[in-house]
Ligand binder design. Structure first.
Ligand code: GDG
Length: 516
C-alpha cells in the first residue's frame, strides 16, 4: 500500500497550498473528461427546509467531505444517492441542485420503508457495526445477536444495500459513459457485490469504497456470525479500490480476508485481495480538512464574537479544549478523569486552568448514548464540586451544534485533548493546529487515524491510561514557548500538505494508475 505525497516541499514553501490546489483541479478535469460520477452515502449533501409559503430552501451539509466531493461536480455529470431523512426529502425525491459556483449536482433520495431503515441504520450500522469497528462491545454482555438482529440484517441492511445498488445501476445505465462510483462508509458494505452481480461485465462501473472508521483485526470480526461477516467481506471484495484511513486499517482488512474469507488470495506487498475472479486493491487515503475554508471561516466576524465570549469566561487562565460528538468512542469521561488526576498530581494548576468541553449531541435515541451523556455530566460535576471555587469553574461543558463557536474555541486553546479509544481519523486534531493562535499543544490518542500523520508534532497518549493522559496535560501546560512553537509549526505543515484535496487526488490517481 502506498500514498503519493507531494515530495520535496518544506514548511517554508509559500506557494505550497496554491500549487497543490491547482494540481488537484487539473487532475480532476482530466480524470473526468470521459467519466461520469456517482457518489453514494447514507446521508445526502443537502438538507431541505420548507419556507412559510411552502417553498423549499436547501442548505449544503457542512464539513470538508461534502465540499470536496461536491467540488468534483464542476468537472462532470455527478449524482449523489442517499437515504431520505425527512418527509421533505421523500417528497422531493430527486432533482438537480445548483451550487454557488454555477455547477450542478443531481441528488436522488431513496425511501426504504420505515422498518427496513430502522433495521439498517439503528440496529445493524449503529450500533452493531459501529461498536464492533471501534472495539466498544462489552463482550461478556453485548452484543446479543438475537432474532430481531437477524431480521434487521435480512430485512433492513441487506434490503437497503440492494436498493442503493439498484439505484446506482439504473443511473449508470442512463449515463452511457464510463462511470466512477464512490461509496462511502460502513452503511453500504454490500452494495458493490449486488452491483457486480446485477450488471453485465461491459456495463459495470469502477467502484471505489472509502471506509471512514477503523477496521479492527480478524479476532474482533469473530464477534459477528459467519454469515454476516462473510457477506460483508464478500461485498467489499467486489470493490475495485478499497480505501481506509490508515495503512494499519488496510492491513487489518487483508488479514481479516485471509482469516475469514475462504478462497481469498491475499498479497500484502501489493495491497491486493483476489477473490471470485476479481482483484480488490487496498489503499490508505487519510482524510483531512479543507484548510482554506477553515481559515476563511476563522477570519469571520461570527467566529470573532464567539472567541471573545470564550475569552471573557477563561480570563487569563490557560485553556484545555476538547470538541466531540457525544459518543463513547471519543472517551470523554476518561478525559475528565485525567484532568482531575492532573489537578491532584499538580495542584499548582488549580485556579490557573480551565477545561472547556464542546459537545455535539449525537444518536440520543440510542440508550448507550443517553447513558454516556448522563455519566459524563456527572464526572464533570464531580470535578467542579471537588475543586471549584466562587472564582473558578474547572470544567465547563457547552452542548449543542455550533461550528463557528467550536472554531472560536480552537483559536484559543493552550492544549487540545483528543483521547478517543478508537477513531478512523479525527478531524478536530487537524482543524485545531490550523485554527489555533497560541501555539497550543495537541495531546493525541495513539488510537486515532490522525496519529499516523501527526505524531511527530503531538504528545501521544494511550487512551485508557488516565495517569499518562494527566501527565501529558501537565507537560503540555508547562511546555516552553519555543517547543510549543516548533511543534505547532510542524503540525500546520503536516496538515497543509495533505488537506482534503490531497485525499481526493490520491484516490483519483490510484484509479488512473491502475488503469481502472
Ligand atoms: C467520522 C469518523 C473521521 C464540531 N462541532 C461541531 C461540528 N464539529 C466538527 C468538527 C469536525 C467534525 O465535526 C467531526 O469530525 P470527526 O473526525 O472528529 O468525527 P466523526 O463525526 O466521528 O466522523 C472520524 C471522519 O468521519 C471523517 O472521515 O475523521 O474518525 O468517526 O470537523 O470540527 N460540526 C457541526 N457543528 C458543531 O457544533 N456541524
Amino acid at each position: 500500500m502506498r500514498r503519493s505525497l507531494a515530495a520535496g516541499n518544506t514548511p517554508q514553501d509559500p506557494g505550497l497550498e496554491e500549487s497543490l490546489r491547482q494540481r488537484c483541479e487539473a487532475l480532476q478535469a482530466d480524470f473526468f473528461s470521459n467519466r461520469a460520477l456517482i457518489i453514494a452515502a447514507n446521508r445526502g449533501p443537502v438538507t431541505f427546509e420548507t419556507t412559510e409559503d411552502d417553498g423549499l430552501l436547501f442548505q449544503r451539509g457542512g464539513g470538508g467531505l461534502v465540499t470536496a466531493l461536491i467540488g468534483l461536480c464542476r468537472h462532470t455529470d455527478a449524482t449523489w444517492i442517499a437515504c431520505a431523512r425527512t418527509e421533505v426529502d421523500t417528497t422531493w425525491r430527486a432533482g438537480s441542485i445548483a451550487m454557488a459556483d454555477g455547477s450542478e449536482i443531481r441528488v436522488q433520495f431513496l425511501s426504504p420503508d420505515e422498518s427496513a431503515y430502522e433495521g439498517y441504520y439503528n440496529i445493524i450500522a449503529n450500533p452493531l457495526l459501529w461498536f464492533l469497528q471501534h472495539s466498544m462491545w462489552d463482550i461478556p454482555r453485548a452484543p446479543v445477536i438475537d432474532r430481531a438482529t437477524w431480521e434487521a440484517w435480512e430485512d433492513g441492511y441487506v434490503v437497503v444495500n440492494r436498493l442503493f445498488a439498484e439505484a446506482i445501476a439504473a443511473q449508470v445505465r442512463a449515463t452511457h459513459r464510463p462511470t466512477l462510483v464512490m461509496l462511502q462508509d460502513y452503511h453500504l458494505y454490500l452494495v458493490a457485490r449486488f452491483l457486480r452481480d446485477g450488471m453485465r461485465r461491459r456495463e459495470r462501473p469502477t467502484v471505489l469504497h472509502f471506509i471512514h472508521i477503523p477496521w479492527p483485526g480478524p479476532e474482533y470480526w469473530r464477534i459477528l456470525p459467519p454469515a454476516m461477516r462473510q457477506a460483508i467481506l464478500d461485498g467489499l471484495c467486489a470493490v475495485d479500490v478499497l480505501g481506509f484511513q490508515t495503512r494499519e486499517d488496510g492491513l487489518d482488512f487483508i488479514r481479516t480476508c485471509q482469516s475469514h474469507l475462504p478462497r481469498a488470495y491475499v498479497n500484502y506487498k501489493k495491497g491486493r485481495v483476489w477473490y471470485r475472479n476479481h482483484a480488490t486493491h487496498v489503499r490508505d487515503f487519510p482524510i483531512s480538512i479543507d484548510v482554506e475554508a477553515l481559515r476563511h471561516l476563522a477570519e469571520s466576524q461570527e467566529v470573532a464574537e464567539y472567541r471573545s465570549e470564550i475569552q471573557d469566561v477563561v480570563g487569563d487562565r490557560q485553556l484545555i479544549v476538547r470538541i466531540d460528538r457525544i459518543e463513547p468512542s471519543k472517551n470523554i469521561i476518561r478525559g475528565f478523569q485525567a484532568f482531575e488526576e492532573m489537578l491532584e498530581l499538580h495542584p499548582e494548576h488549580c485556579e490557573q486552568v480551565m477545561f472547556l468541553a464542546l459537545l455535539v449531541p449525537s444518536r440520543m435515541k440510542v440508550d448507550e448514548y443517553q447513558d454516556y451523556l448522563d455519566e459524563l455530566m456527572a464526572a464533570a460535576g464531580r470535578i467542579n464540586a471537588r475543586y471549584g471555587t466562587s472564582e473558578w469553574e474547572p470544567v465547563r461543558v457547552l452542548m449543542g451544534e455550533n461550528y463557528p463557536r467550536a472554531v472560536g474555541a480552537l483559536q484559543l486553546y493552550d492544549v487540545l485533548l483528543v483521547n478517543a479509544i478508537a477513531d478512523g481519523m479525527n478531524l478536530v486534531a487537524k482543524e485545531g493546529p490550523i485554527a489555533n493562535r497560541r501555539d497550543g499543544v495537541l495531546v493525541l490518542s495513539e488510537r486515532t487515524g490522525a496519529r499516523e500523520q501527526l505524531e511527530s508534532g503531538a504528545i501521544v497518549i494511550s487512551p485508557c491510561d488516565v495517569y499518562a493522559t494527566a501527565e501529558a496535560l501537565h507537560q503540555a501546560l508547562v511546555m516552553p514557548p519555543e517547543e510549543r512553537q516548533e511543534r505547532s509549526e510542524r503540525l500546520r505543515w503536516l496538515i497543509q500538505r495533505e488537506d482534503i484535496n490531497a485525499w481526493l487526488r490520491c484516490q483519483l490517481e490510484t484509479i488512473a494508475e491502475l488503469g481502472l
